[in-house]
Design a protein around this ligand. Sequence first.
Ligand code: NAD
Length: 502
Amino acid sequence: MQMAEETTQLLSRLGVKEASYTGGNLRVTSPLTGEEIAAVKSDSTEDVAATIQQAKAAFAVWRSVPAPRRGELVRLFGEELRAAKDDLGRLVSIEVGKIPSEGAGEVQEMIDICDFAVGLSRQLYGLTIATERPGHRMMEQWHPLGPVGVISAFNFPVAVWSWNTTLALVCGNPVIWKPSEKAPLTALACMAIMARALDRFGDSPEGLLSVINGTGEVGAALVESPDIALISATGSTRMGKIVGPKVAERFGRVILELGGNNAGIVAPSANIDLTLRAVAFGAMGTAGQRCTTLRRLFVHSSVYDKLVPGLKKAYQSVSVGNPLTSGALVGPLIDKQAFDQMQTALGAAKAAGGEITGGERVEDGHANAYYARPALVELPKHEGVVLQETFAPILYVVKYDDLEDAIAMHNEVGAGLSSCIFTLDIQEAELFLSAAGSDCGIANVNIATSGAEIGGAFGGEKETGGGRESGSDAWKGYMRRATNTVNYSKELPLAQGVSFDI
Ligand code: NAD
């Protein structure tokens, strides 16, 4: 079956109306074959303004719905997602090229965050705080914040929206979603699935959840609106450098989830077999297109020859191709631009004395589909191109002798998302996790950098933007904190013993 035909069938089964993905100006292609599979209408600035006004009106209602009742909507959404998992997972694979288990895995992550958010809807706790004044009580309340704008990247086309949306909903906020222009179909499908949950829920305000499609310009209209209390933007550091200051200018709130240049350290005591498997998935999985993809590896000179030849073999033999027809483990790059950027980076690495295994284009019979063999680059020095994120499957390998030097190189880059160390030595592991160790938002031991679970807070430091999403207390980013003090005495003692007798 042609890709376009299968896409139409999937969208129809998922409940997406044909008019929303035909005849529009935003052409959608599948990276699996390069074929055009749909044409979605871009929203205009006026459309965005109207959507924002609806969300604003919805907020006035939704903020007063009890949080556990808001959680019920998320519970129903989780049920609908379970029923739609196979179709939505397949659509993720078609639209952005993920292998089937990763397409389905992304939907599973959505289901998991629904469960988490439902529990959270009864746990939006504030503190009660001891006050210095007699006959007083001090406490914190967490209140809904306002409409949330979610801007998402192509490589996690649905999960990132759900991390934000499920939390935002239980916290009492409407959500407007600007998906990647490279992945508008999965967004339309999510809205159709959500529409079924909203129907079953019954009495939600209109405009509680919406999607606006288009390029960065459409996102910019959301970013600039003073009616959007929080912008949660996921994408490149380049995008974050534009979005962050714009929101700051109007004193809005941001959650920025930007680029990563994630690294691992392989210490002398590492379990080499486990390390090899972890590095292979971390660096080659999702064709190197995860924000948490392993991109740099510091290998102790005593184990370099035990690990690197095995890794090279894995790079030479891993299956690359259309994962839906061939079962390949490495699918396509998203587009030609991604392939060109990969080749430019490899050219720079070669010029810097890098020895490259892999990296070449793998022909799949489709001129406009870009498959590349993952590249392992042995670099003599940690400098130049390795310091930047290239969103493609390139793993730079550098030798080290001293752990402190490896940690210094590890922290030398602009990004600060995910990190790991492979070691059986508790002193090394704890140093890496300590304040003097990895400077990233995520630091792992004997696990690669990718594949986070929803229970933990997700995000990174420095040029990764500092935002946190998903688990732990990330929900606080979607609410405003009010400190309340109540005087139940008949006196008026002032704080800090100040007297003001009139
Ligand atoms: P991108 O920056 O090109 O686009 C991301 C989103 O931002 C898209 O929806 C795009 O339309 C929008 N956008 C672009 N310019 C904008 C502007 N001026 N105003 C408002 N919106 C704008 O990123 P991409 O190529 O889709 O995704 C890959 C990048 O995303 C990589 O750098 C990757 O590391 C990063 N990423 C980070 C995380 C994370 O959680 N830290 C997760 C996924 C991807």
